[in-house]
Design a protein. Structure first.
Length: 237
């Protein structure tokens, strides 16, 4: 039986796979068929986490978590199993066709799965204009900050690799810069900083409420995908 290494950037993404409270850098076993590791945000953290799981014996790597929408038809809660990953230097990686299709077949009764390309960006893509620019340049449906780095580690180790990502913010939504400044590296909000930003402009609350709703939709999609892992119905043997 193959052992899968699942990598999420943030604890809140890992919560779709386990009820255990996790912190960045932590790894836990899931049903003795996979290990889940929280890497932290960005390509360097993701690559290091992938290397760690490879050293522990992972035979397939999975990039798991949330993404931003770049394509015009993306919306919160969509689940993507991309065929291709590219970085901003146009280096390309292909996900494993066999495991991608096997997972899609098992998920089809639970949730619709979308394909396409995921772009790895170096930072959170906040503006609609930037999303439009990235889509025009790369033709990627979604964007994250880790998948190409994990794919690179898998390629170097000659391992299979797939991506499971759900959309939080659609292509027509600008992620407020003031809210980005209120985020900890763990993805959690800084309460005092957030309160100050809201006191200066109470109308900002509507953005916070929308993002909360959108993240809830994305989280539900990941939970649906995670169901087959937590139930033990799917293994990489």
């Amino acid at each position: 039986m193959a052992f899968a290494g699942i990598i999420t950037a943030l604890p809140r993404e890992a919560f779709s796979l386990t009820q255990q409270k996790m912190v960045i850098g932590q790894a836990i076993s899931l049903n003795n068929k996979s290990i889940l590791k929280v890497s932290g945000m960005g390509p360097e953290c993701a690559y290091n986490a992938a290397q760690d799981l490879i050293q522990q014996g992972a035979e397939i790597l999975i990039s798991w978590g949330c993404a931003g929408g770049l394509g015009s038809h993306t919306y919160p809660g969509q689940l993507f199993l991309p065929e291709r990953i590219i970085d901003q230097n146009q280096q390309q990686f292909l996900t494993d066709e066999f495991w991608r299709n096997a997972l899609k077949d098992r998920l089809q009764s639970l949730i619709q799965c979308h394909s396409g390309t995921v772009l790895q960006a170096g930072q959170i893509v906040t503006s609609v204009i930037k999303k439009q620019q990235l889509f025009a340049e790369h033709q990627a449906a979604i964007v994250d900050m880790e998948s190409a780095a994990i794919a690179r580690a898998a390629q170097q180790a000659k391992l299979a690799f797939i991506v499971v990502r759900s959309v939080v913010d659609s292509s027509d939504f600008s992620f407020p810069e003031w809210l980005v400044s209120c985020l900890k590296p763990t993805g959690k909000l800084l309460p005092m900083s957030l309160a100050l930003k809201l006191s200066r402009n109470p109308f900002r609350l509507k953005y916070l409420l929308k993002l909360s709703r959108d993240f809830s939709l994305a989280h539900k999609a990941l939970i649906a995908a995670a169901e087959i892992f937590s139930s033990g119905e799917f293994d990489f043997s």
